[in-house]
Structure formats: C-alpha cells, structure tokens
Design a protein around this ligand. Structure first.
Ligand SMILES: [Zn+2]
Length: 325
C-alpha cells in the first residue's frame, strides 16, 4: 500500500454481516479528513461526505444513494434515476464538464460516453495527488492525466477472449436494410445508443419502444425523433432482451457482446474492451491504479496485468482496510 500511502489516498472496502460489497470509499485529507463513497449504496450507519454516482446503471447503486442529500451526480443521471426508480433525487447535480465544490474540494467532471449522463470525477488532496474515479467508460478520450486512477474493469481480463471486441457497427447498419426489425437492448444506455445509431443512419420513421425505454429516451435525448409504443405500426422496434423474444417481428437481434442468446446478436457495447482499459491507463499515466468494479475476478485480472507492465495496481479485493456496516 506504500504508493497509496505516499499519495495520501486510503481506499476502503465495505462489509456487512452478509459479506463484502463490491464497493469502495476513498479517504483523503483536504484541509480536513474527508470520505467520498464511489458508486456505493446509501449507508445507514456512517455517512460519507459525498456519494459520487458515476451513472444510473443499477450496479452502481444510485437507487439507494439517490436518497441521500450527500449524493452528487450529473443532471442527466439524476433524471434517469428518477425515471428508473420513481423516487425524487435528494442530492446535488451538475452539468458534465463543470467543476463543483464538495465539502470545500473542487471536483472536476468529465464525460465517459458510457450512458447519457455518465461521468468521471477528479480532485486533488492536500499533498497534490490528483485522484480520478471513472465509473464505466466507453471512450476515455476526454479523461485527463491523474496520479491515482480508480477504474472499472468490466472487460478487464486480457486472457479472456470475451474481453476483446469491437462494435459491429457495419453489421448494425446492414441490419437496418431489412424490414420489420426488433432490437433487444437494455432500457437505459443501450436503447439510447441504438436510437442514436438508427437516426444517424438516416432512418427518420417511427421507432416502437416499451414505456420505460420511451420515458428514458424521450427524457434524455433531444433528437430521438418519433417514438411510439410497441403495438403501433413502426418499421423498427426496441425493447429489453427478455421482451424482444416475445415480440412479433421478422428480424430480431440482440445488441450485446454476450453469446448466450438464442437470437442473432450484434455486438454494440456500452464499454471499452480490455485494450481500451489498458490504453486509458497509459493515457492517464497514474502512479497507482485501483480497480473497483464490477464484482467477480476481472478487477483482479486487470490489476495483475497492470502490475506486470510495471504499474502499481490493486484490485478492490486486495484492499485490506475495511469499513464494517
Ligand atoms: Zn454501467
């Protein structure tokens, strides 16, 4: 832990009576001792100075963190959380690209192009360490250099063929040439990515969607075009992967990198593959990396790989400072 000690960053794992959570909080000094919780659930026992919510996917736990006044997320993420969970967002919001003051610390925000509203947070502690927390990342082009990178590792295993991929954009465009199409895409993130690709292709007809996907797409996209319900007449329909199987449509595709679906799949991902993650690390040039998300062993695989290339890296499960909740 020496480099993290020298950098003045103390990462903490969370444990309850049920075991470890895939959660990290960062403790640092900036005039006073502060704790920023990263994509964690709302703790009833110990309130951090901030709940940083990188985006509104459920495995980043905004559903409970949104109930705290200490929650901080982009305007779009707050809007998506309210649509997804039917609750009022209680925290603070910002426009991505803005700097915000959190407990006296100036925190900068950067787009990560993963979902609408997804962003990375970056700030300095009192020894001048620039800490950056990424959340999930599709494109790291806007991320700056930092000293301590806290990154996702969704596709972080260099030895797993599933962690090497590129988007099948040509196959997706080709699929739009057929009539009566239905795409299976998760309501938040993938569905909006699909609508954007469909509109960019020049299709300006109606797109049929289920109610949650419609609310998110209408609420979060300015140029979604005409959206209708799934029963209405439309050349293209989008709904969740489980519902698309029951839809009446001649040509069905699931937009995913996974290979365990019965229907044809098209690889359109909201993530970078492992080469993207390694490239982001090179670009941000940190002295220390913490891989914190998701659960499972991919954060460890990425940290192990980074260590082989001479970078100091720790996966969340190698961190032995523990917060008992
Ligand atoms: Zn996500």
């Amino acid at each position: 832990m020496k480099p993290l000690f020298d950098l003045g960053v103390l990462p903490i794992r969370h444990r309850t009576s049920k075991g470890f959570k895939p959660h990290v909080s960062l403790v640092f000094n900036a005039g006073k001792r502060l704790t920023f919780a990263v994509d964690t659930t709302n703790s009833r026992s110990q309130q951090p100075d901030a709940y940083l919510i990188t985006h509104a996917h459920s495995d980043h736990h905004g559903k409970s963190a949104m109930m705290s006044e200490n929650a901080v997320c982009s305007k779009e993420t707050a809007q998506a959380l309210e649509i997804l969970y039917g609750k009022k967002y209680a925290g603070r919001t910002f426009s991505i690209g803005d700097s915000i003051d959190i407990a006296g610390v100036s925190v900068r925000t950067y787009p990560t192009h993963h979902t609408i509203g997804s962003c990375a947070f970056s700030w300095e502690n009192e020894v001048g360490t620039k800490i950056m927390v990424t959340g999930d990342v599709k494109d790291s082009k806007d991320l700056p250099k930092c000293d301590c990178l806290v990154t996702e590792a969704n596709y972080g295993d260099p030895d797993d063929p599933k962690c090497h991929f590129e988007d099948d954009l040509d196959v997706f465009r080709e699929s739009l040439g057929s009539k009566d199409i239905a795409f299976g895409a998760y309501s938040f993130g993938k569905a909006q990515r699909a609508v954007k690709l469909i509109r960019d292709s020049g299709y300006d007809g109606a797109v049929g969607m289920d109610p949650v996907s419609t609310a998110l797409t209408r609420g979060l996209m300015q140029d979604a075009g005409q959206l209708v319900d799934l029963e209405a007449d439309s050349g293209i329909k989008i709904t969740t992967p489980d519902k698309v199987t029951k839809l009446k449509a001649k040509n069905k595709f699931i937009l995913t990198g996974r290979k365990d679906f019965k229907f044809p799949t098209i690889n359109i991902s909201d993530h970078m593959d492992v080469n993207g993650l390694i490239g982001m690390t090179k670009q941000c040039a940190p002295s220390a990396v913490i891989t914190y998300h998701p659960g499972g062993n991919r954060p460890l695989k990425l940290a192990t790989h980074l260590r082989k290339t001479g970078i100091y890296a720790k996966a969340l499960l190698e961190i032995n400072t523990i917060l008992e909740l």
